[in-house]
Design a protein around this ligand. Structure first.
Ligand code: GAR
Length: 232
């Protein structure tokens, strides 16, 4: 177990409800992290207000001011590094990162994606899951690699798809699960229990995760003393 609180920077593009789950966990003391900064590529992202309300430095780095991805990601890296995080959390950050950026944070870069990866990488996951007639959908937390939404998955939460489901309601139900699983994974990392091995596989408590863990099957010792919302 690590001592002290882990410095974290969160990257967002929008509402920031996953950011809020991390803020809540940090403020309640359940998550052993310090949110050093929130950075958004979208100037009007509501998550910036959430950060300011919590007293966290909120930075805007508008991608439209840069000629290409390489220059943007260089500026992003400089902005992130100014806060010296040990973990970078993508929370609804809707940009593809360059391999150079990803390599700099190998094993220290997490993402949450609204599908049961490897299904439905990319955008419009809820619409695509419904169109495919899926009976189960959900969200995944994974280490970020150069492959878009392709990094090794650590934890997933499933939701049943209702017969009369529409994408908005499905997205909302998935989001509720996201707010449970993201703080948990961040908690494991902050406690020094989670890492990415040189073989590209995650380790939790020194055990290799060959398959993603499933939220509803977690043993009590993995629940981080309430860093998640209560199990249903
Ligand atoms: C979340 O559903 C997250 O999984 C998704 O964006 C939403 C952000 O919500 N991320 C992606 O699609 C990344 N590919 P939030 O801003 O309220 O946390």
């Amino acid at each position: 177990m690590k001592e002290g609180k882990l410095p974290v920077v969160v990257l967002i593009s929008g509402s920031g409800s996953n950011l809020q789950a991390l803020i809540d966990g940090a403020q309640s003391g359940e998550l052993p992290i310090v949110l050093r900064a929130v950075i958004s590529n979208m100037p009007n992202a509501y998550g910036l207000q959430r950060a300011r309300a919590a007293g966290i430095p909120a930075e805007i780095l508008d991608h439209r001011a840069y000629s290409d991805r390489v220059h943007y990601d260089q500026a992003l890296w400089e902005c992130v590094q100014a806060y010296a995080p040990e973990l970078v959390v993508l929370a609804g950050f809707m940009r593809i990162l360059t391999p150079a950026f990803v390599a700099r944070y190998r094993g220290r870069l997490l993402n949450i994606h609204p599908s049961l990866l490897p299904k439905y990488r990319g955008l419009h996951t809820h619409e695509r899951a419904l169109a495919a007639g899926e009976r189960t959908h959900g969200a995944s937390v994974h280490f970020v690699t150069e492959e878009l939404d392709g990094g090794p998955v650590i934890l997933q939460a499933e939701v049943p798809v209702h017969p009369d489901e529409d994408p908005r309601r499905l997205a909302a139900r998935v989001l509720v699960e996201e707010h449970k699983i993201y703080p948990l994974v961040v908690c494991w990392f902050a406690q020094g229990r989670l890492s990415l091995g040189a073989d590209g596989l995650p380790r939790l408590d020194r055990k290799i995760l060959h398959q993603p863990l499933r939220y509803h099957e977690l043993s009590p010792d993995l629940l981080c003393g309430g860093a998640h919302k209560a199990l249903p």
